[in-house]
Design a protein. Structure first.
Length: 261
């Protein structure tokens, strides 16, 4: 009797094991992807560069010359950079076109000197993640003038939100950030031999006095064009405010945090 039970028990054991085996199909099981090997999508600024497009124009009647380096961004989907590039080019054209029109309209019939000239250059002052801070420097001379004029324009752009930044966005709402900036700038300008006392109104805490600003790893860069805080002979003045000087009013969630070393 015992010998007859052994085969039956063996069959029962094999059946039990078979029930616990995974079912096989005709298709191989899909492999689980290893997410650690999937490269992250780069931020926009990690895949773009700022290059320049040269511009040159000359005229003989009247005599004038225009040279410019117009920046543009490339390296990513052009549609993502379209507004930024439009602004960069428009800013340059807003200097070139009025200068040309003025020369053609107001230039003397007989040249007084070598003619009129305009030069436009740019510098990337700072860049962190999707934020770009650019400064244009414009030198213009009109035939017959006593000396050339020097001006600047700054662009601070957030590529992530696809729009220019304003100075107040760097600081806590309701804070006296302009007073803090002005106090630092005036203290710095007073140390310079530029006759600042007679031009101090140009550094008062008014929005129109602080329209030319840039962000850099060294701090907030403020540019005062000639005549604003000093006579022409002293030239433009630049003041760099370290981040420590702005700590009491800066917004910790603003883009300034990306420039702090």
């Amino acid at each position: 009797m015992k010998h007859r039970l052994i085969p039956f028990a063996l069959v029962l054991l094999l059946a039990t094991l078979a029930c616990n085996l995974p079912m096989q199909t005709g298709e191989p099981a899909a492999a689980t992807p290893d997410v650690s090997t999937v490269p992250p999508t780069p931020r926009l600024s990690e895949v773009i560069t700022i290059n320049s497009e040269p511009f040159s124009e000359e005229g003989k009647d009247p005599i004038y010359s225009i040279t410019a380096q117009i920046p543009y961004a490339e390296g990513a989907d052009p549609t993502r950079l379209a507004n930024f590039n439009t602004l960069l080019k428009k800013t340059a054209e807003e200097q070139i076109i009025p200068f040309r029109d003025s020369v053609l309209t107001l230039a003397p019939v007989q040249p007084i000197s070598a003619g009129s000239s305009l030069s436009l250059k740019y510098t990337v002052i700072g860049q962190a993640l999707d934020y770009w801070s650019i400064k244009y420097e414009i030198d213009a001379y009109f035939d017959g003038a006593a000396h050339p004029g020097h001006t600047s324009i700054t662009i601070n752009y957030d590529l992530d939100r696809d729009r220019p930044l304003t100075l107040d966005e760097l600081f806590l709402p309701g804070s006296n950030y302009l007073q803090v900036i002005a106090d630092y700038c005036k203290a710095e300008l007073t140390k310079r031999d530029i006759a600042f006392e007679g031009f101090s109104a140009g550094a008062e805490p008014l929005p129109e006095n602080y329209t030319r600003w840039n962000m850099s790893n060294e701090g907030l860069v403020i540019t005062f064009d000639e005549y604003q805080v000093a006579p022409y002979a002293a030239g433009p003045q630049v003041v760099v405010l370290p981040f420590s000087a702005l700590q009491s009013v800066s917004d910790p969630n603003s883009i300034l945090s990306f420039f702090v070393k």
